[in-house]
Ligand binder design. Structure first.
Ligand SMILES: [Zn+2]
Length: 335
């Protein structure tokens, strides 16, 4: 996830909190360097050698979220997250070499309550970063019903009592990450084209009937135009030309306004998606995507990668492969 998360070192202990998940594995961290080069020494195939948790089979992320086949008893749970101090949140938006990241100013950070299985706890926002690809494949980390979106935003929160991200990765309830799918205009059209091909001579009425029959979470939100606070934040990416905080830009956002209009989400017990892959994350993945402009996607795809002359982040994509996580997926809406 973030470079700062790699400061965790060796896990010395675990907490005991009520969660429907196993305790995290002990993470032995050998190296703090990683990248996404499939043929490189530090690429995803070697991550388990860099940090042992990356090879775990207990609760690794990302994963597919099989919404259409969830048991009904996992749906419509009374989960309801609330944002606090959300408006006028400031931070430094910069390229950390793996992803563009908004490092939250810690003076008055946004925080969230109502987190599943820890509703009273405060989870404090530490950073907001983005996963994407060069467009040749899906750029989101999670998949919904087997399908990846063009990108994914992660809002990384740590549990207040642990005092920061570095300590929180050592606890199974230490982190909460909100994931939001990004849907570019081309993928919306691709879905429409696919629908058209399924009819020999489609009438607008036939297509409309088919659209109405689709689960809206499968199709996205075609009625929402790609404007708004999230696109405004992504516009700032085009002002970031080099890796490092010194090349970052100061930004101010209403954090909650970056989310889709619907508060429907899926949740499960998972991990960081980069080394050390600590199994300490309560994931909250919003069911609806947020539409983003082609310009926003192109700005992300122009960001340089850090490390050994790897060119652009998008070249290999910074989305980890889907993991075989068998922890229950629950929703706060009928499914
Ligand atoms: Zn991430």
């Amino acid at each position: 996830m973030l470079r700062i998360l790699m400061l965790a070192g060796v896990v010395l202990g675990v907490s005991s909190s009520p969660q429907p998940a196993n305790k995290p594995n002990l993470c032995h961290v050998i190296s703090h360097h990683f990248d996404y080069d499939p043929n490189g020494h530090d690429g995803p195939a070697h991550w388990p050698e860099l940090a042992s948790c990356c090879g775990s089979t207990v609760r690794q992320s990302p994963r597919d979220l099989p919404l259409d086949s969830l048991p009904s008893q996992e749906c419509d749970k009374p989960f309801n997250i609330q944002f606090h101090n959300s408006t006028d949140q400031t931070g430094l938006f910069y390229d950390n070499g793996h992803a563009p990241n908004m490092a939250i100013n810690s003076a008055s950070p946004t925080y969230v309550t109502g987190v599943p299985y820890a509703p009273e706890a405060k989870y404090i926002l530490a950073g907001i970063h983005f996963h994407f690809s060069d467009g040749s494949k899906g750029g989101s980390e999670h998949a919904l019903n087997g399908e990846r979106y063009d990108g994914e935003m992660h809002m990384v929160h740590y549990k207040e009592e642990y005092g920061g991200v570095a300590e929180s990765v050592l606890h199974e309830d230490g982190l909460m990450v909100i994931g939001v799918f990004l849907q570019g205009p081309k993928s919306i059209f691709a879905k429409l084209d696919h629908l058209s091909l399924s009819y020999k001579m489609p009438s607008s009425r036939q297509i409309w009937d088919r659209l109405k029959s689709l689960n809206r979470h499968q199709f996205g939100s075609p009625d929402e135009s790609p404007v708004g606070p999230l696109n405004d934040l992504l516009k700032e990416v085009s002002n970031i030309h080099e890796v490092g905080k010194e090349f970052g830009v100061d930004v101010q956002v209403d954090v909650e306004s970056l989310l889709p209009k619907s508060s429907d989400f899926l949740t499960y017990a998972g991990s960081l998606t980069t080394p050390p892959c600590s199994e300490s994350v309560r994931w909250i993945v919003m069911a609806d995507p947020v539409p983003v402009t082609q310009d926003a996607l192109e700005a992300l795809r122009a960001l340089p990668a850090g490390g050994h002359g790897h060119g652009l982040i998008a070249h290999f994509s910074n989305a980890r492969d889907l993991q075989n996580n068998q922890q229950p997926v629950e929703t706060n809406f009928k499914c």
